[in-house]
Design a protein around this ligand. Structure first.
Ligand code: CA
Length: 224
């Protein structure tokens, strides 16, 4: 999903951008309310994650303005526990959900998907490439009527390839998507992941092409 993260705490924001990007989402980060409103004018976000305590204008003001301009964007509020505003106030002001800091990134992601489902975003939560489709609601891949059972790393590699939509990914780009938090990974570890994935996809008529100097991409190879 394409999301706008409005958060002035740089370390928290960078951590979230890293995690959500690694999970295959596209994130724009705004550290100030004014930046957020400007970004919402020029991009179509699926969902907004909004911190209430911002340096310029309050998160509640940002929420009110967002609601005037884009009535249908789901907004999830992030807030420190000691802030005066409570969940009811935020929901009354037009927020769709509310999460207190500190929170777990997996919970944030689960709630964002739940918001998209409630807003009828399920249709846009499906992605296809070369006969492989990814359902963002169930987080599963389908191909030729089969549900693909893949390991977590194969999942990350395939997701990166499906999201690239046939545009080649360099070896480094693919590596960074598959081995997000691991240090000291041998560079050929990616080959092991791709070997298994290729074996699985080949019988379904999908190839992972690798063009030297260009990169990796998915292509329909034959009718199985
Ligand atoms: Ca803040």
């Amino acid at each position: 999903m394409y999301l706008l993260l409005v958060e002035d705490e740089a370390s928290l924001a960078e951590g979230l951008v890293g995690l959500l990007t690694a999970r295959g989402h596209k994130v724009e980060w705004a550290s100030h309310g004014a930046m957020a409103l400007q970004a919402a004018q020029t991009h179509r976000f699926d969902v907004v994650v909004l911190d209430l305590g911002l340096p310029d204008i309050s998160g509640m003001r940002v929420l009110a303005t967002l609601r005037e301009q884009h009535a249908d964007i789901p907004v999830l509020i992030l807030s420190a526990r000691d802030q005066a505003i409570d969940k009811i106030d935020a929901i009354n002001a037009g927020a769709d959900d509310y999460l207190s800091k500190p929170f777990d990134a997996a919970e944030l992601e689960a709630r964002l998907f739940a918001l998209l489902r409630r807003r009828g975003g399920a249709a846009s939560a499906k992605l296809d490439c070369a006969g492989v489709s990814f359902d963002a609601n169930t987080r599963r891949f389908h191909c030729q009527g089969h549900t693909l059972n893949v390991s977590p790393r194969e999942h990350l590699a395939l997701l990166a390839l499906v999201q690239a939509q046939g545009t080649p990914l360099s070896r480094q780009e693919l590596f960074d998507r598959v081995f997000v938090t691991d240090d000291d990974i041998a560079h050929d570890a990616l080959d092991v992941v791709l070997y298994r994935l290729r074996k699985r996809l080949d019988e379904l008529g999908v190839a992972i092409r690798n063009v030297r100097g260009i990169g990796f991409y998915l292509e329909a190879s034959h009718t199985p």
